[in-house]
Design a binder for this molecule. Structure first.
Ligand code: FMN
Length: 217
């Protein structure tokens, strides 16, 4: 697959089927992940793959509870605001997030990256993104989720036997599966609106309208 296609079309693919992901694909995704950089090449990470139905169900239950907690706190009023303002993009994200909360137990694979001894906390995310890009190359959809780590860190650790007393921190839970929908270029604001040139606040001398990589039709 073309690198730019993977970069531009790797979306939060929450609606996925229950079809199992072959072991060789899972291995390739993880192997791509651990090729990524980490500070000092420390590679202070562990990757937990969960396919056991009872375990995924238990994670799903915790995820649904965490999602409710998110809606009652950080996301309070978000749904109502999206409906009131007619913000279709926000409504779509919320409805697909709800779908994941309702169907987490059915996803065929959840990958949970853990990290420790990384003061910046930055070393794990290039690897997470590499895993997601690699999944994309195999037609596997992924979503980077942080709800479990935020709201259910201890419960998840207990369920999966993670020795958090040794400093392991959850970076994400990544549900993976074959998409029910189709891939498309991720919708984002224009790049020139978030870039400054030379000094803070100075608009760049260029503008880019739309995404520079487009699907050929
Ligand atoms: C750090 C981070 C945390 C996220 N946490 C969640 C989450 O807990 N649940 C979820 O459904 N999506 C989560 N997402 C996915 C974002 O909502 C998604 O990337 C964003 O809406 C853009 O979606 P798109 O790429 O499909 O356009 C997270 C993304 C990031 C980068």
């Amino acid at each position: 697959m073309d690198l730019n296609e993977a970069l531009y079309t790797t979306r939060a693919m929450r609606r996925v089927s229950s079809k199992p992901i072959p072991s060789d694909v899972i291995q390739a995704m993880l192997d791509a992940a651990v090729r990524s950089p980490s500070g000092g090449n420390a590679q202070n990470w562990r990757w937990l793959t969960v396919t056991d139905r009872a375990m995924v169900s238990a994670l799903g239950e915790l995820y649904a509870q965490g999602w409710e907690e998110l809606n009652a706190t950080f996301y309070k009023g978000k749904k109502e605001a999206a409906i009131a303002s007619g913000d279709e993009d926000a409504k779509r994200v919320l409805s697909s997030s709800q779908w994941l909360a309702d169907n987490f137990d059915k996803v065929p694979l959840v990958v949970l990256p853990y990290h420790r001894n990384d003061p910046s906390g930055a070393s794990i995310y290039p690897a997470v993104w590499s895993l997601m890009l690699s999944a994309r190359s195999f037609g596997v959809g992924t979503t980077l989720t942080t709800i479990l780590g935020l709201f259910k860190h201890e419960e998840v650790a207990e369920l999966l036997g993670v020795p958090i007393e040794k400093g392991w921190r959850n970076a994400a839970a990544i549900p993976c599966g074959y998409p029910l929908g189709r891939w498309g270029v991720a919708k984002r604001g224009p790049v020139h609106e978030v870039v400054y040139e030379e000094t803070w606040g100075a608009e760049p001398s260029w503008t880019v309208d739309g995404a520079l990589w487009q699907e050929s039709v």
